[in-house]
Design a protein. Structure first.
Length: 55
Protein backbone atom coordinates (compact mmCIF):
# COMPACT_ATOMS: atom_id res chain seq x y z
CA UNK A 1 0.00 0.00 0.00
CA UNK A 2 1.41 3.35 -1.01
CA UNK A 3 0.82 6.53 0.86
CA UNK A 4 0.45 9.39 -1.59
CA UNK A 5 1.57 12.71 -0.22
CA UNK A 6 3.33 15.69 -1.60
CA UNK A 7 6.80 14.49 -2.54
CA UNK A 8 9.68 16.44 -3.95
CA UNK A 9 10.74 13.52 -6.16
CA UNK A 10 8.42 10.79 -7.49
CA UNK A 11 8.92 7.13 -6.57
CA UNK A 12 10.78 5.42 -9.40
CA UNK A 13 10.59 1.77 -8.36
CA UNK A 14 8.63 -0.66 -6.19
CA UNK A 15 10.26 -2.48 -3.30
CA UNK A 16 9.95 -6.24 -3.65
CA UNK A 17 10.86 -9.06 -1.31
CA UNK A 18 13.00 -11.93 -2.52
CA UNK A 19 10.59 -14.64 -1.38
CA UNK A 20 6.91 -13.80 -1.56
CA UNK A 21 4.13 -15.02 0.72
CA UNK A 22 6.54 -16.53 3.24
CA UNK A 23 6.03 -15.42 6.83
CA UNK A 24 9.04 -14.00 8.61
CA UNK A 25 10.31 -16.27 11.33
CA UNK A 26 13.50 -17.05 13.19
CA UNK A 27 14.70 -20.63 13.51
CA UNK A 28 16.25 -21.25 16.93
CA UNK A 29 17.49 -24.43 18.47
CA UNK A 30 16.25 -25.41 21.92
CA UNK A 31 19.66 -24.64 23.39
CA UNK A 32 19.66 -21.12 21.94
CA UNK A 33 16.11 -20.47 23.17
CA UNK A 34 16.99 -21.77 26.64
CA UNK A 35 20.06 -19.52 26.68
CA UNK A 36 18.01 -16.45 25.82
CA UNK A 37 15.43 -17.25 28.50
CA UNK A 38 18.16 -17.88 31.06
CA UNK A 39 19.92 -14.61 30.21
CA UNK A 40 16.65 -12.67 30.57
CA UNK A 41 15.90 -14.37 33.89
CA UNK A 42 19.36 -13.64 35.29
CA UNK A 43 19.15 -10.01 34.12
CA UNK A 44 15.80 -9.68 35.91
CA UNK A 45 17.15 -11.23 39.10
CA UNK A 46 20.20 -8.96 39.08
CA UNK A 47 18.17 -5.82 38.38
CA UNK A 48 15.70 -6.76 41.13
CA UNK A 49 18.56 -7.31 43.54
CA UNK A 50 20.06 -3.93 42.64
CA UNK A 51 16.72 -2.13 43.13
CA UNK A 52 16.13 -3.83 46.46
CA UNK A 53 19.66 -3.00 47.58
CA UNK A 54 19.12 0.73 46.93
CA UNK A 55 16.38 0.97 49.56
Amino acid sequence: MRVYRSRKYPIQYEKTQGVENEPRSIDLSMAAAAGIVTAAFIAGVVSGWMLRRRR
